[in-house]
Design a protein around this ligand. Structure first.
Ligand code: GRG
Length: 316
């Protein structure tokens, strides 16, 4: 199965529709950033003995995807006056953590999925035992990679990045969200509050860490960090609402994974509570709120503004 992500294509009509500023070419920006991130990821993980585990980790890490988290990190660092060089190790680490979460999410004990990013899932190729270890390996390496490969960043800021990423991944973030998601399985009376808890933890927490860590690396002042926290929480929830809609409206080829799973499992989602049109409206409203947080940054905020628009316009 070949997906949009694998081809590295971005539907240009979608991009144009989402661009508030015709002078900023989001399609070109995302394509060049994705290439930059993939080159850095390629270098980050050579295959050494025992080859099997490195091959398994690389299989999922290099399988494509939008690379949204690293791109957000680089953009936020530049917005705050830093360079992409100082943020690249953290950007790669964010993608390692994200990939780890996808590998574990796809396991038979969790969502039991056969396809991800247009390819067979990690456990389908390497077996469950190696897939679990590949996730563990990626998670540990992400932290090692930040600490050993980041240069020209104040030590206090590097420590804050490590703390923020740890918090985003653990029980206060992804793990906590996943637990409540598992507990909600098979229930038809999941409250909106619970759904919001699941997704602010499972999805928004890592997007928040991506944006805020970029700004922290550039030594952004506290007020700017707080603006970016609010921006990223809003785009994080909007991202998940759109994800739920796409599970209903998109094709397997476009998403690179099995679609319609939420409906099949009778899972409570945003569209199951609000319907598709209202879900899209809520996502657009969140994106507008997120963008309003960036107004103080002026022209420098163009990439983050455009990425926010992409979140509601995306088709994959
Ligand atoms: C942290 C040890 C540890 C375990 C993780 C499995 C788990 C616990 C959490 C699940 C987290 C998860 C998979 C959330 C879904 C987030 C989401 C919307 C993923 C899709 O992201 P995209 O669309 O994917 O950015 P691509 O492939 O483009 O990168």
């Amino acid at each position: 199965m070949i997906s949009n992500q694998e081809q590295g294509t971005i539907a240009s009509s979608e991009m144009k529709a989402s661009q508030p500023d015709l002078k900023f070419d989001l399609s070109a920006y995302l394509a060049s950033r994705k290439a930059q991130v993939e080159a850095a990821l390629e270098r980050s993980m050579p295959i050494v003995y025992p080859e099997k585990i490195y091959e398994s980790m690389r299989y999922s890490l290099m399988a494509g995807g939008k690379r949204l988290r690293p791109i957000l990190c680089l953009a936020a660092c530049e917005l705050a006056g830093g360079t992409s060089d100082i943020a690249m190790p953290t950007a790669c680490a964010l993608e390692m953590v994200h990939t780890m979460s996808l590998i574990h999410d796809d396991l038979p004990a969790m969502d039991n999925d056969d396809y991800r990013r247009g390819k067979l899932t990690n456990h389908k190729v390497y077996g469950e035992d190696i897939a679990i270890l590949a996730g563990d390996g990626l998670l540990a390496y992400a932290f090692e990679y930040i600490v050993t490969c980041t240069h020209n960043v104040l030590p206090k800021n590097l420590l804050e990045v490590v703390a923020r990423l740890g918090r985003a991944v653990g029980a206060a973030g992804l793990v906590g969200g996943q637990v409540v998601d598992l507990e909600s399985e098979g229930k038809t009376d999941v409250a909106l509050e619970t759904l919001n808890f699941i997704h602010t933890h499972k999805t928004a927490a890592l997007l928040e860490a991506s944006v805020v860590c970029g700004a922290v690396l550039a030594d952004a002042p506290e007020a700017d960090r707080q603006r970016l926290v609010r921006y990223s929480q809003d785009i994080g929830l909007a991202f998940q609402i759109v994800d739920d809609v796409l599970d209903i409206t998109a094709t397997q080829e476009a998403l690179g994974k099995t679609v319609g799973k939420d409906l099949q499992a009778k899972k409570v989602t945003y569209p199951s509570i609000w319907g598709i049109e209202e879900s899209k409206r809520q996502a657009r409203q969140l994106v507008e709120k997120a963008k309003s947080e960036l107004s103080v940054f002026g022209e420098a905020a163009r990439p983050l503004q455009a990425i926010a628009d992409f979140i509601t316009a995306r088709t994959y």
